[in-house]
Design a binder for this molecule. Sequence first.
Ligand SMILES: Cc1ncc(COP(=O)(O)O)c(C=O)c1O
Length: 289
Amino acid sequence: MLLGNDVYGGTYRLLTKVLAPWGVETTTVELGDADAVRGALRPETKIVWLETPSNPLLKIVDIAATVELAHAAGAIVVVDNTFASPALQQPLAFGADLVVHSTTKYLGGHSDVLGGAVVFADDRFYEQVKFQQFAVGAVSAPLDGWLTTRGIKTLAVRMRQHTQNAQAIAEWAEARPEFETVFYPGLASHPGHEIAARQMSGFGGMLSLALAGGADAARAFAESTKVFQLAESLGGVESLIGYPSEMTHASVKGTELAVPENVIRLSVGIEDVSDLIADLEQGLASIAR
Ligand SMILES: Cc1ncc(COP(=O)(O)O)c(C=O)c1O
């Protein structure tokens, strides 16, 4: 399996700790570099697995271009579409074979349900996955299923507000000297902006910030906010702040997927954006003292 080099730490952990003993070999690669992808694809490569935007550095991968490279080498493409949600990006339209979502996030939308979804471009893998699900028991409980379908009814409206708020915060952060990098594909300065504009109908609610003051400043900032709650997970209506290198991505510390220690991640909620920016401003003021 070929895996993008900036994916959710739990995905890397599942592949390298749970599936590796079953014979699944994983190679990580910079998916934005076509030559690197061509070089990494081997005759035995079955799957190219990508996240776009990625967690936590919001890297953008050109889905159609990756599909072309993968299919030419006889591999299928799976897209983890959790960050964008189906409201903002539909990878099957760009030739992806399978799409996965953590429905715990935007699809549920209220941080009160756990679940996942697999979407198939055609019925090649459907029966196989359905059988695995039946045999292994990885199925949603009825209440979780109901909460998720209820959440989906407001997905499009929520995603519009998440996107609008995140764009405003990204533009605010870009003008602040305390941040050395703003990772948000909606900014023209983002290296993946043009590709994102082509394959997404909005840039989403997730953004990350690298603090100029380093790891100590990042940790202090993550603990300084009052509206943004310090917590794992993402995609709910309420805003969250996280410190990936010791939280969501702690399991990839010391690997090539390690997240820089001066990075914090925001899951921007649907609150009034002036409250959110005021909260971030008071956080910066408090760590400067
Ligand atoms: C991109 C991405 N995929 C998958 C997951 C896994 O989600 P869950 O914990 O619902 O299995 C996460 C969790 O943060 C994620 O960010």
